[in-house]
Structure formats: structure tokens, C-alpha cells
Design a protein around this ligand. Structure first.
Ligand code: ZN
Ligand code: ZN
Length: 244
């Protein structure tokens, strides 16, 4: 399996990190997880291209995770692609209906299939996925792909999610801010380290990075490291990881 970070940023731009998007690929299967602003460009830069993405899996409906959905639909339509499947938590159907009611001319341009999922197991784009509800300001799902890859979505750090991720070769986890930012709905490095302590995870990548984190990577890794002694790194846009 290959995991490519398309966007490792958040709702506040850094100029370097685009909004949330992760590409999961296995053999000839391709799945885009989240589709924030800039992801469409990153798809082109990655060499995969929007033509290859016929399924999008959403963690939740915040703008920084869905902003490029309509641009993706329009680009696919213009390229002669006829289909898009969007899978996400409850409310995804209403979200797509509402987006298309604002941009009415986009209705019926694609064969759009929308599917809502709940915590538990399901299959999407040929991948067997398990979903787990996170702790965030909107309902949000973390996704796990067998023993290979877990993506936290947006969430506070908490034991339930650390349990959910345990045993993964790769965990990509929200780490929005450094410790001195007073934050809810996202973890600080200290809180994340505490919840990961003692867990068996191959490697952790930090993502969903606000501008506040720039220049502070070392101290954030040290803060996590006071509790968790595993391999932790910062994700970067267009970084691809091979997972066995
Ligand atoms: Zn969010
Ligand atoms: Zn977000």
C-alpha cells in the first residue's frame, strides 16, 4: 500500500501546507481521503491526477476537508469522466445536495453516488475499512485500513482512538498546535504523547498542522517523546510512504 499526503495543513494557510487530503493506493485501487482546498492541485503534482480519483472518503464536513469537492467534480466532468462516489459520515448526502443547490449547473454533470457510513466495518473503492468516532466539534470518523494505515481525522487525543490505532504500521494523527496553544477539539503534542504511551504503532506522522507549528517541530517531537518513545515524524505535502 502507498499513502501520499496531499495536504498536511489546516483551515489557516501556511503557504506550504495545503488543506487535508490523503491518497491511499494499493495495486490498481485509488482512494482519496478528505478533499480540502489545494488537494486538486496536489493530485496533479503527485502524478496521480483527478482523473484517477473516482472515490472520495470524508472524515467530516469542515471546510478544510471538503472545499475541493466541487472543483474535483467539475474537473472530472471537463476531463470526460462520468462518475464520482463520495462516502462519509451521516449528513454527507445533505452536504452534497446543498453544495449542488448553490452551484446548480453542476447537477447531473456526473453520475454522483453518495453513501453514508457509521462506525464499524465497510468497504470502499476495494479497501476494507473500519471507522471509529473521534472527539471533534463536528461528528468525525477516523479510518483504519487493516494493519497498514490509520488516519485519525480531526480529533482530540484520547485512549479510545489510541486503542483503535494500536497495531497499525502507520498512523497519521492530527497534531494541530504546539503545547502553548489553548485548544479543544484537536490535540496538543503533550496530550497526544500521553495517549500514545506504550502503544505498538510502527510510525506516527503528524498532520493537520496550523501555522503555529512552523519552526516548532523539534519541541513538539520532544513533548510527544516525554511520554511516547516510538517513531514520530512530521508529514509533508506530497510525501509518499510505502506500507507493507
Ligand atoms: Zn475539523
Ligand atoms: Zn480540519
Amino acid at each position: 500500500m502507498h499513502v501520499t499526503f496531499l495536504g498536511t495543513g489546516s483551515a489557516m494557510p501556511t503557504g506550504e501546507r495545503f488543506q487535508a487530503g490523503i491518497l491511499v493506493q494499493n495495486d490498481d485501487r485509488t482512494l482519496l481521503v478528505d478533499c480540502g482546498s489545494g488537494v486538486l492541485h496536489r493530485l496533479q503534482q503527485s502524478g496521480v491526477g483527478y482523473e484517477s480519483v473516482s472515490t472520495v472518503l470524508l472524515t467530516h464536513h469542515h471546510l478544510d476537508h471538503v472545499a475541493d469537492l466541487l472543483p474535483l467534480m467539475k474537473a472530472r466532468w471537463l476531463a470526460g469522466e462520468e462518475h464520482l462516489e463520495v462516502v462519509g459520515p451521516q449528513g454527507t448526502k445533505a452536504l452534497l445536495d446543498d453544495l449542488l443547490s448553490v452551484h446548480e449547473y453542476m447537477q447531473d454533470k456526473l453520475d454522483l453516488q453518495v453513501r453514508e457510513v457509521v462506525p464499524g466495518e465497510f468497504s470502499v473503492a476495494g479497501f476494507d475499512v473500519t471507522a471509529y468516532e473521534t472527539r471533534h466539534s463536528l461528528p468525525c470518523l477516523a479510518y483504519r485500513f487493516g494493519d497498514l494505515f490509520t488516519f485519525s481525522g480531526d480529533t482530540e487525543a484520547f485512549a479510545g482512538l489510541a486503542n483503535f490505532a494500536e497495531g497499525s504500521a502507520i498512523l497519521a494523527h492530527d497534531c494541530s498546535f504546539p503545547d502553548d496553544v489553548d485548544v479543544s477539539n484537536h490535540p496538543t503534542p503533550e496530550a497526544l504523547g500521553r495517549e500514545l504511551a506504550g502503544r505498538d504503532i510502527g510510525r506516527v506522522y503528524l498532520t493537520h498542522l496550523y501555522p503555529h507549528t512552523e519552526g516548532r517541530h523539534e519541541e513538539m517531537l520532544e513533548s510527544i517523546g516525554t511520554h511516547y518513545d516510538g517513531d514520530v515524524r512530521f508529514a509533508e505535502d506530497l510525501m509518499t510512504i510505502s506500507v507493507e
